[in-house]
Design a protein around this ligand. Sequence first.
Ligand code: ADE
Length: 236
Amino acid sequence: MTRFSVMTLFPEMIDAGLNVSILARAAGKGLIDINAVNIRDYTDNKHGRVDDYTYGGGAGMLMQAQPIYDCYQALTDDHPAGRVIYVTPQGRTFDQNMARELAEEEHIVFLCGHYEGVDERVLEAIVTDYVSIGDYVLTGGELPAMVMIDAISRHIPGVLHNEESTDTESFAEGLLEYPQYTRPEEWMGRKVPEILLSGDHAKVDVWRHQESLIRTKQRRPDLYDVYMASHPEDTK
Ligand code: ADE
């Protein structure tokens, strides 16, 4: 079972977002466990305070070290964490390879920042990885943590059914997925490509691969160049 712990000031956001559909099914089967914990529950401050002003001045408040550290200790007491991820725009950009790699871990802890950030000392003390979901700034780390947990969980054996396999989807071989069609054969004058109705699986495979190449070249020339550098024989 893969354990995901999320240290946050808004655990209800994590619960609401991840307790549905495929991830709820996976949790029901005991394949994953998503545990959102409120950092505020660990503050020593009698008013429930978790933030304070920044030394050296400047706008905004910073999350304090003590509640985060005590929360982390409580979460990892019984279940040591292989990775402690601080979700931040200052991190390495999350991608499918990272999702696949993190799916091997037994316990991943996410720290979601808020306000202007987190006291650097607690980051130094506990964080193993700084990870961003893209070059834009969000109001907090909860959505990035949810994005990562979703993408990682899909690579845990048993989470997806066979028909939801990760083998043919976009990025599986560094290419985008080919276009797909379902019934009817003609819709608003648009026909399903003839070859898909032929029943010739070998030809369908070739067609799909060609379409993947075309689509990747058009929509993600950056990925196309990387793919072509390692598959020089594979031309459209
Ligand atoms: N927190 C705020 N913005 C973020 C981003 N783009 N990625 C990860 N964490 C964040």
